[in-house]
Design a protein around this ligand. Sequence first.
Ligand SMILES: NC(=O)c1ccc[n+]([C@@H]2O[C@H](COP(=O)([O-])OP(=O)(O)OC[C@H]3O[C@@H](n4cnc5c(N)ncnc54)[C@H](O)[C@@H]3O)[C@@H](O)[C@H]2O)c1
Length: 283
Amino acid sequence: MKELAGKTAFVTGAASGIGLGIATAFAQAGVKVMLCDIEEAALSSALEQLKRTNADVDGVLADVSLKDELEAAAKATIDRYGKVHILVNNAGVGGGGSYGTWRDAAWDWTMGVNLRSVIWGIEIFGPLIERHGEGGHIVSTASIAGLISGSSNAYNVSKYGVVALSEGLRVELAPRGIGVSLLCPAFVRTQITNYRRNLPQRFAGALAAPPPTSGPMATAIKMIRERVEQGVDPAYVGELVREGVENNWPYIFTDTEFEPLIEARFDAIKQGFDGIRGRKPKR
Ligand SMILES: NC(=O)c1ccc[n+]([C@@H]2O[C@H](COP(=O)([O-])OP(=O)(O)OC[C@H]3O[C@@H](n4cnc5c(N)ncnc54)[C@H](O)[C@@H]3O)[C@@H](O)[C@H]2O)c1
């Protein structure tokens, strides 16, 4: 999508952080943006902030982990703007916990927001993008944790899912005039470490207790909080995403910090092949 001005985008998790950065960069490029979020107050203030710049933006409240709410948000987008060209599946929550602390509710919440909503977003918005024949683009926010896996199991599984879905759909949707990009941020200065603020009522009381405030786990969490606080500016990430959509980048990274760890994973996979190289498989 070389020419973004005049197009319409739907961005989830747009009231804060990376989503707001993306919505802002699109609006500055002349894109009409429907901001979607679960947090009413943050959404209102994001809209107020953007409208002061004369951006053509509107907002819709939805819990994207509920399909009917996402369908209603899509309808609100078409009612408001007539067409939609760009879908940004960005809403996300952390969590899930490491081995020994798993809860079904935590898996359901994390997988629902981070992966199911992406599947539904594409299912719902894909046909809306196709029907006007002007082409379009889908960006989904995974993470570096979608390419290398640590101990936040549900989060990593959800993000690997987003990577798998996007890599497959990039090939499948190209002939239909839809580009597909994966955003894989490293540390970005957002509210992500305070993700429990967005726990829907239906999961209240069903998660594990909040993580400990002392010990090795607490130290690791503190380190992550500090890295996020000193992370990349989400406005810069928004600009990268705009550039990625204009140029149909398959992967949008925010910096190169984790490139060696991703290379190490590729090496480990290659070693798996090396271990059986030259053998004749029994059939
Ligand atoms: N910040 C980072 O360092 C980082 C790194 C890698 C990946 N990410 C990913 O970036 C994306 C954006 O997160 P962020 O860092 O900007 O954090 P953030 O908490 O600032 O923003 C997330 C937004 O998603 C919204 N949201 C949460 N649950 C929702 C739901 N059920 N329905 C609708 N909206 C919902 C929140 O209200 C919030 O506005 C997430 O998918 C996250 O996993 C962030």
